[in-house]
Design a binder for this molecule. Structure first.
Ligand SMILES: Nc1nc2c(ncn2[C@@H]2O[C@H](COP(=O)(O)OP(=O)(O)OP(=O)(O)O)[C@@H](O)[C@H]2O)c(=O)[nH]1
Ligand SMILES: [Mg+2]
Length: 285
């Protein structure tokens, strides 16, 4: 089984590490210690198929971003994270996305736009509508608001990304078969081949060891999501950086109680009910 290589990108302090660690280990990091580069592994079951994920949590602050080009090359899907409390973090994502598209040399890159820290309602400067606008500009890239603190929409953003990668691969296979029908014959004669095998060699090489599109999906993350009942913590983590024990504390703890239990779809955040995804079962192993 091969790894699905996901890369978490965004400005410093937006919550990339918190989202990743919540997804992989089910814990919330209250302190802030800027990341250089951390790699995590997690096994996940989607639609009765098991996927090994390798998640690269990247540096947000400028002096640690030298490796960016390398990991964008090898990443198969990208979480583009901003903080709803920080306008600049959304502005920075625009350049980041362009860098991803340039390096990948295609505009069909699996990607999710993530507005984190949705629990910080008093500090919010970016509205749901602002996020929707960026998502639309980007060709309806799936957009979620999340809260790593409340574990809201955390699994959802990663699962969406994996689904996009799977879909992308199937489309690539179909496209290359259309261009070269003999490939389809070969496939028909070889029943052991899986459609989820890599078709883009760029995606399978050089991932550093340590180191959608359909309807617009908008889910705000100011409520604690239900952790999948089959969630088991079977992840392994490869830290490339020691966390600073005296790191400064986050404002997160102070706002824990400010969360509301709302989840919205589309443009009516206060009225809508939580969006029911039509997806088939996912199990985090
Ligand atoms: N209230 C709240 N605070 C959060 C949330 N996610 C992260 N934080 C806090 O924001 C600070 C930065 O979080 P990190 O996950 O370390 O940020 P990062 O994007 O990994 O930062 P770099 O590694 O420097 O790029 C920490 O103090 C977290 O506790 C969230 O969803 N809600
Ligand atoms: Mg980090």
């Amino acid at each position: 089984m091969r790894d699905y290589k996901l890369v978490v990108l965004g400005a410093g302090g937006v919550g990339k590490s918190c989202l990743t660690v919540q997804f992989v280990q089910g814990i919330y990091l209250d302190s802030y210690d800027p990341t250089i580069e951390d790699s995590y592994r997690k096994t996940i079951e989607i639609d009765n198929k098991v996927f090994d994920l390798e998640i690269l949590d990247t540096a947000g602050i400028a002096q640690f971003t030298a490796m960016r080009e390398l990991y964008i090359k090898s990443g198969m899907g990208f979480l583009l994270v901003y903080s709803v409390t920080d306008q600049q973090s959304l502005d920075e994502l625009i350049a980041l996305r362009e860098q991803v598209l340039r390096i990948k040399d295609t505009d069909r890159v699996p990607m999710v736009l993530v507005g984190n820290k949705a629990d910080l309602t008093d500090d919010r400067v970016i509205s749901v509508e602002d996020g929707i606008a960026v998502s639309s500009k980007w060709g309806k890239v799936p957009f979620y608001e999340t809260s790593a603190l409340l574990r809201s929409n955390v699994d959802e953003v990663f699962i969406d990304l994996v689904r996009q990668i799977i879909r992308n691969e199937m489309e690539n296979v179909a496209r290359s078969e259309m261009r070269n029908p003999s490939l389809a014959n070969l496939k028909n004669n070889n029943s052991s081949r899986s459609v989820s095998q890599p078709v883009d060699p760029k995606n399978s090489a050089n991932f550093r060891k340590h180191a959608r599109m359909g309807s617009l999906q908008v889910q705000t993350g100011s409520s604690r999501s239900n952790t999948p009942s089959k969630l088991q913590n079977s992840s392994t983590t490869n830290k490339t950086q020691k966390r600073n024990e005296t790191s400064r504390s986050s404002p997160a703890a102070a706002v824990k109680s400010k969360s509301s239990n709302s989840a919205v779809k589309g443009k009516s955040p206060t009225k809508s009910k939580p969006k029911k995804k039509k997806s088939s079962p996912c199990t985090i192993l």
